[in-house]
Design a protein around this ligand. Structure first.
Ligand SMILES: [Zn+2]
Length: 1012
């Protein structure tokens, strides 16, 4: 902690003093407290005091509620005040109140901002003075000029004039994490206060600032957590189920989607933020006592942000601590256990779009609205340099306390921004301007995605992510050439190099040039939202000796690498002079079928739309070519699709839609083929963790790949799994292998997860009378029999470990990273066996997501492969002569050559060790060749291993297999230690899973068996 006390301490004193002095036209912050002339709602205020457990958990900002004759308080909907014990409102109650407020007050408006995956509405509530509300559009137009300084010719004087007059927009987002359930009631009351309170403190906010509130970000999860809480209240003596599903797909990870923008809530919040030209996103969480303003967090800071914003974090955050400390509220602090590196958090949408990201952790009661006695750990209550007034070791804690902290912190923040609005708007303009100047100052000038890519569909998918981020994309109208800088050392990579041999070969050190064809995409950095594009397309490097020892989340995310698409970082500013057309619609890969003939060939390039096509025509005859071939003047890779029996017009339409290019052939090529099946797939989940598997369901749904969603309990109850499914995909489930089998403890009462009148918001797609039972021995036996009879089981990370530990595979063991360290990094892989159908269309040198550096070892005999290979030493033993001389035993004739061991071939980590004569004498432990594991993909050599993020060491994982096909009787268990389908960011590795599915009954294709 020393480095921070020295580095941050003196700075923060300056930060608190300077902004107030320098702001040109600021309003001094009035003193908090009620207006002397406005009546108080005595009854409501009395309840506030009653439900607050200690007087010091109140502030002068929230210890009263002003009365209004016309505007209803939250009690009209809640039947009690906001934060009352045991009152947790559903989304419809929260929305109903916000709309009542809007009806009663001209200072409030409610906007619908989209829907969730399950069709629930998301809203944004704007609160400001009548005068500001009357000119919302004009104010937005003014802010738009600051947001895009190109529109005013980068005129600083004009910007200063606008900054002096416009009102900033402060966007507050509540309860993205459903069990952190307190924000909606705090925000209902906050909206009332902002609309009604005539005190100078609130009036200053209302007159100079537009407060925008999305009271519930994860609406689907909100309604479910309220269901569970009501169930708990109705069954007070029972243990209660945990919230196994928050959103439709993911739980806590909904706050990791600000890069990929795959979830509706991310898209809706970003669109609202950008549409309103807001300056701040302030996201409310509840897992740390009592208020941790984690905006400031800890290093390392995200390297793509303008330092102006990281300074703003300090300014606003420390002011927050200072003011709440002044009000006597304990446990308010700013620095702490959160590094500000990954831009995946919801709040970061503001930081990466020239605004200010902010986040509070207040203290909640874990999805309950009860008042509870809470005991804190010594680590939470210790006094330290950044927490001089720490939380108390043991107190009664109420929802009202939480709401007091949330509202007080927010009001202090709103007041600060209102009073320093001109500074904030000038900074907003400055950051936007510097994002445009970036192309010519720090660079790069642009990223170029070549028009001649092998993978146009995946390239378009990557570009669409940028478009969702409101990044402008241009397309070159002619061919062009740029110079690429000299490289330092062979290890320096070109982005997305996996797609391009040309880019790799030019790594010699001298400056080179690169030519791109017409139609190439250019992501120019002279645009307002260049920073998010740069942050996603660039590489991340987390130094192994970084003082931050516990990265909060993934350390690397380079999108072109994860997608397996090349994006060339161009610093040559000539690229900005290339004639382009600006794209207006969504980027879409070209497609369609050309030529005439019965058989249509589509090259397997790993574009995920190929899997969609297979299922769209699920009864059509589709074959996979087992070898590359040429036809109709085109080259087709291994695994390419040969399609028969789909009407030409239909196939043409589908391939156009999907961005796939087909060639109709007069005759089928004479290449060996096997059927590509529209296999029957089940995605399997436990009742203990569905977070990570949610990303799989989402990918399948977005690609329109059908599946049944089943639980370990369904497997236990289905003896003949093979009758229903061909492939069971078991994505990472969390927990140990043993817990997959045993489930939860069976003591106490059943834990239902069911759609009932009592819990109407629990989805019907996954239900059980009792969440406790796991797979059990019946389930294990059914899975074994499923695989033995020709089924394919796919295990990933801990479910792969489960399959290995419970003997579903032979000759595979799992290695931890040992002394090496990997924390959510992209690592380089290499194809081991290109002829395996699992590898069809997958590029060599693909970057893969490794959570912690886990890898496999494979062996031809039972048991693990261990550290030293077959227990033998390499090199000669200590003895006479030089290192290359033979040893000589004294007093014995020189060794006859017939007694010497034949030289052993060297065996790489990804190869099966050969079987020795000794092992064959009684070969019980020798796995028959056809049942031995087959490595498909491995980690690259140590020197090539790191693509993006943190890698320390690497020797223990280098070269080791990461995707293994383990045959078992008639079927296969396909194992992954990497996560191929993750947060919408690893699109380049999805097809490893899809290939396994489509080729489930031909996975042995191309396999060369060991001779013995
Ligand atoms: Zn949270």
């Amino acid at each position: 902690m020393n480095r921070h006390s020295l580095a941050v301490g003196p700075l923060l004193v300056l930060a608190m003093l300077t902004p107030a002095r320098h702001a040109a036209a600021q309003t001094p912050a009035p003193r908090p407290g009620p207006s002397p002339t406005q009546p108080i709602d005595e009854q409501y205020s009395k309840k506030i005091r009653e439900y607050t457990t200690e007087t010091f958990f109140l502030s002068t900002l929230v210890d009263y509620l002003p009365a209004s004759k016309t505007v209803p308080t939250p009690s009209v909907v809640l039947g009690d005040i906001a934060g009352a014990p045991n009152k947790l409102p559903y989304s419809k109650e929260v929305y109903a109140y916000m709309r009542l407020l809007a009806k009663a007050s001209p200072r409030v408006k409610v906007f619908s901002i989209g829907t969730t995956e399950e069709g629930r509405e998301m809203i944004a509530v704007a609160v400001a003075s009548e005068a500001l509300m009357g000119k919302l559009e004009a104010n937005k137009a003014a802010l738009a000029k600051l947001a895009d300084p190109r529109t005013i010719g980068m005129n600083d004087a004009e910007a200063a004039r606008i900054a002096a007059e416009a009102a900033p927009v402060y966007y507050i987002t509540g309860t993205i994490h459903s069990p952190e359930a307190g924000a909606p009631t705090a925000l209902m009351e906050l909206a009332y206060r902002l609309a009604v309170d005539e005190s100078p403190y609130i009036k200053n906010i209302r007159d100079h600032l537009i407060t925008l509130i999305t009271p519930i970000v994860e609406v689907d999860g909100r309604d479910r957590v309220v269901d569970l809480f009501k169930w708990h209240m109705a069954h007070p003596n029972d243990t209660w189920p945990s919230l196994i599903y928050w959103g439709h797909y993911v739980a806590h990870d909904n706050n990791r989607d600000a890069m990929g923008l795959t979830l509706k809530l991310s898209q809706n919040v970003l669109n609202t933020y950008v549409d309103w030209k807001a300056q701040v996103i302030h996201d409310l969480h509840e897992s740390v006592p009592y208020l941790y303003d984690n905006t400031i967090g800890d290093g390392p800071y995200n390297a793509w942000l303008d330092p102006l914003v990281t300074n703003e974090w300090q300014m606003i955050g420390w002011n927050n601590v200072q003011e709440m400390t002044r009000m006597g509220m304990p446990g308010v602090f700013a620095f702490g256990n959160f590094d500000t590196w990954s831009p995946g958090y919801l709040m970061f949408m503001a930081a990466t779009h020239n605004g200010i990201s902010r986040l509070y952790e207040t203290f909640g009661n874990g999805g309950s609205a009860e008042t509870l006695e809470r005991t804190l750990s010594p680590g939470e209550t210790s006094r330290t340099w950044y927490r001089q007034n720490p939380p108390l070791p043991r107190v009664k804690w109420s929802l009202r306390n939480n709401n007091n902290y949330e509202q007080t912190g927010l009001l202090v923040s709103l007041s600060y921004i209102a009073s320093n609005r001109e500074l904030i708007l000038r900074n907003f303009y400055e950051k936007s301007k510097r994002s445009i100047l970036k192309a010519k100052t720090e660079g790069p000038a642009a990223y170029v995605l070549s028009g001649d890519t092998r993978r146009p569909g995946t390239q378009a998918e990557l570009l669409r992510v940028l478009q969702k981020q409101h990044v402008e994309i241009a397309r070159a109208t002619g061919a062009f050439t740029v110079s690429l800088p000299a490289r330092r050392g062979a290890a320096v990579r070109q982005s997305g190099g996996a797609d391009s041999a040309a880019a790799r070969q030019s790594g010699s050190g001298a400056e080179t040039t690169r030519s791109f064809p017409a139609g190439s995409y250019i992501v120019r950095m002279d645009q307002p939202y260049s920073r998010i594009a740069d942050a996603l397309l660039d590489y991340q490097y987390w130094a192994p000796n970084d003082p931050q020892r516990t990265p909060y989340d993934d350390t690397g995310w380079t999108f072109p690498e994860g997608f397996g698409v090349e994006a060339v970082r161009v610093t040559d500013t000539k690229v900005l002079d290339v004639p382009v057309e600006k794209l207006t619609g969504e980027v879409h890969a070209p497609g369609g079928v050309s030529g005439q003939g019965e058989v249509v060939a589509i090259s397997h390039n790993g574009d995920n739309a190929l899997a969609t096509l297979r299922y769209r025509f699920k009864d059509a005859d589709m074959q996979a070519a087992e070898e590359p071939f040429e036809a109709a003047g085109h080259k087709f890779g291994r695994g390419s699709f040969l399609i028969r029996g789909v009407p030409a017009a239909e196939l043409d339409k589908a391939t156009k839609e999907l961005g796939l290019t087909g060639y109709a052939l007069a005759a089928a090529p004479s290449v060996k083929t096997h059927p590509l099946r529209a296999a029957r797939v089940a995605i399997l989940h436990t009742w203990q963790g569905t977070q990570t598997e949610g990303w799989y369901r989402q990918a399948f749904d977005l690609l329109k790949l059908p599946y049944d969603y089943i639980s370990v309990q369904d497997v236990a109850a289905t003896p003949d799994l093979k009758a229903k499914w061909d492939v069971i995909l078991f994505p990472p489930a969390g927990g140990s292998a043993q817990s997959i089998v045993t489930g939860m403890p069976m003591w106490r009462n059943p834990l239902p997860w069911k759609n009932t009148p009592e819990t109407p918001n629990i989805g019907t797609w996954a239900q059980t009378e009792d969440m406790r039972p796991g797979l059990g021995w019946d389930g294990l036996r059914n899975l074994q029999s499923f695989v033995s009879r020709g089924g394919v089981l796919i295990g990933v990370a801990n479910t792969a470990g489960f399959a290995v530990q419970y003997g579903l595979t032979s000759g595979v063991s799992v290695n931890q990273a040992g002394q090496s360290r990997v924390v959510g990094s992209l690592l380089r892989s290499r194809l081991v066996d290109e002829s395996s159908p699992i590898a069809y269309g997958v590029i060599d040198s693909l970057a893969v997501m490794s959570d912690d550096g886990e890898s496999f070892s494979i062996n031809s005999t039972l048991g693990g492969r261990g550290g030293s290979r077959f227990g033998e030493q390499s090199g000669r033993p200590t003895g006479r002569g030089t290192a290359s001389d033979p040893d000589v035993v004294q007093g014995r004739p020189a060794l006859d050559p017939r007694f010497e061991l034949p030289p052993r071939p060297s065996v790489e980590q990804w190869q099966l060790p050969p079987i020795s004569d000794e092992q064959l004498r009684n070969p019980l432990g020798v796995i028959p060749p056809a049942q031995r594991p087959r490595a498909v993909l491995r980690f690259a050599a140590q020197r090539d291993l790191l693509v993006s993020g943190l890698l320390s060491g690497g020797g223990e994982l280098a070269d080791r297999p990461v995707v293994v096909d383990a045959p078992r009787d008639q079927g296969h268990v396909v194992l992954f230690t990497i996560n191929p389908i993750y947060r919408g960011t690893t699109v380049g590795s999805y097809f490893l899973v899809f290939n396994t599915i489509l080729n489930f009954d031909n996975l042995n294709a191309g396999r060369k068996l060991d001779v013995r």
